[in-house]
Design a protein around this ligand. Sequence first.
Ligand code: C2E
Length: 351
Amino acid sequence: MTARLQTTLRGPEAYALARTVLDQMEAVGVWPTPLNFELWVHAAGEPEGLLAKEIQRLVATSEPFSEATAEMLAAEFLPRGRLTEEIRDAGRVLDRELSSVSHAIAKAHETQTAYGQTLDQAATSMQAVEDDHGFQTIVSGLSSATRHVRAENETLEKKLEVSTREVLRLREHLELVRREAMTDALTNLANRKAFDEQLARACETAQSDGRALTLAVLDIDHFKRFNDTWGHQTGDQVLRYVGSVLGRLASHPRFAARYGGEEFAVIFPHESVGLVESALEAMRSEIASRALRRRSTNDDLGAVTLSAGFAVRRPDETAADLLERADEALYAAKRAGRNRTACAERLTKAA
Ligand code: C2E
């Protein structure tokens, strides 16, 4: 959340802003779910921002604002802010731990220096000692100084232990937050941000090792019909189902992601065209093989079919160009009647 928005939501005008946002949502028929409200508040905080523009665009299409759409927007526009906040918090904890440890180290250093001086003084005093009593006094002074140093070291050790634990906890928490920010909440697949990063990395690797890299884009056929006929909750279940099959059949080193509303993408490193094609066919036929049922009424939802397009990366090709060719292949599959796979290379040859 931007600093400006945080101030607004905590200032005297916060309730007025919340009411305005709710009115705006009601006017365009959007349910006031916590996520929708969060998105709308963000958009209101930055009316010229990308999120506000995207919301305006979606509202203008008059399509219902589904849970899936809200989650896509949240994945794209909200986590970065959340992540920044978490990182800021983590920074504060690290600061606190570091200053506590450095304070303890400075104190231990002072004690060690004082101990060194005590030893020096004891050595000098020893030369001048005349009787047992004087000797005992020196020894007892040394023993007390040693106890003090030991206690100081124990304190330092404990502080280091606590700090190490705290830093480890923080690392695990940040890893969790990072994973959440990269995951599509509905399908549990990687989200678009994670996909973009992975594709860029895969292109770099393919450029340096010269091995094959193929990108496929898959889209559920007539998805709007599912939503219109059975409602968005069922539409979301269909997305979850497709996500679960893709996640299973595109396990590492393949990489599956939810790319947009009903669009998915799979990165295939080091695989021949034949292997990629048969993997895509396996995904499509497994998805189509199940007769889904609407949970609330047990109605038969029919089969879910997918269209897919894929492209093999050319030398020096950028991630954006590869994606564009895979997308073109997907549209060719759609144009050819859907429920099929098209290969960009074959389209080029045919042309
Ligand atoms: P979910 O409902 O959270 O189910 C997760 C997993 O639990 C399913 O993974 C499946 O392994 C198991 N499961 C859930 N309900 C049943 C059941 O009634 N019978 C059996 N044998 N197993 C069940 P799966 O199959 O990969 O599905 C993933 C998601 O896809 C489901 O998440 C659900 O959101 C959606 N889905 C799958 N099949 C249907 C369906 O027939 N109707 C609807 N509405 N959604 C479905």
